[in-house]
Design a protein around this ligand. Structure first.
Ligand SMILES: [Zn+2]
Length: 177
């Protein structure tokens, strides 16, 4: 192994992994990195404790202002799947340390919410034409929960009765019904 590398100790790697819920911290990835092997015992790992600022001079985002202790601390680590660990340290990588820290914070917020049983609902994307015609309860676009409505989305409802072009709401909890 090279000298002058401030690598993470095993217990620091474990701390980085646990803080990420053993999931990749890359935005939109969230891949689980630990799981059972195909045998009755044993586990496989595809997780990597990546350095936000490199462990040695010349590495990606190396910060000469860090002490060796800071460089090897969990605060300087980000848990990623192997694909994204590769991508973040690729020579052409344009991702800054600040960007990585922001991603890490966002991921930790999600993991903390999940841990507290407040998993954020999946955000659905809505696009295209939603046309409804008829009698009675006519609803063009009915969205339950958080949604991104893409530009150009059309919602039309025509007919007799209770006409709603677009309804955006959250499912009621049982106690409220
Ligand atoms: Zn990933």
């Amino acid at each position: 192994m090279e000298r002058n590398r401030d690598d993470f100790a095993q217990k620091v790697k474990t701390e980085i992994a646990k803080r990420a819920g053993y999931m990749c911290s890359w935005p939109g990835c969230g891949k689980l990195t630990e799981g059972p092997s195909s045998k009755p015992t044993g586990a496989v790992s595809i997780g990597v404790a990546s350095h936000i600022c490199a462990a040695s001079p010349g590495g990606p985002r190396y910060d000469p202002g860090q002490t060796p202790g800071e460089r090897a601390s969990a605060d300087n680590g980000m848990w990623l799947c192997q694909d994204h660990a590769h991508l973040i340290d690729a020579p052409a990588s344009a991702h800054s340390a600040d960007q990585m820290r922001q991603w890490k914070r966002q991921h930790e917020v999600r993991v903390r919410m999940d841990l507290a049983g407040q998993r954020p609902k999946e955000v659905v994307e809505v696009a295209g034409e939603h046309i409804a015609t008829g009698k009675g309860n006519v609803t063009g676009l009915d969205i339950q929960g958080p949604a991104i409505i893409k530009p150009g989305t059309r919602s039309v409802a025509e007919g007799e009765g209770n006409i709603t072009a677009t309804r955006i709401g959250y499912p009621r909890r049982k106690a409220e019904q």
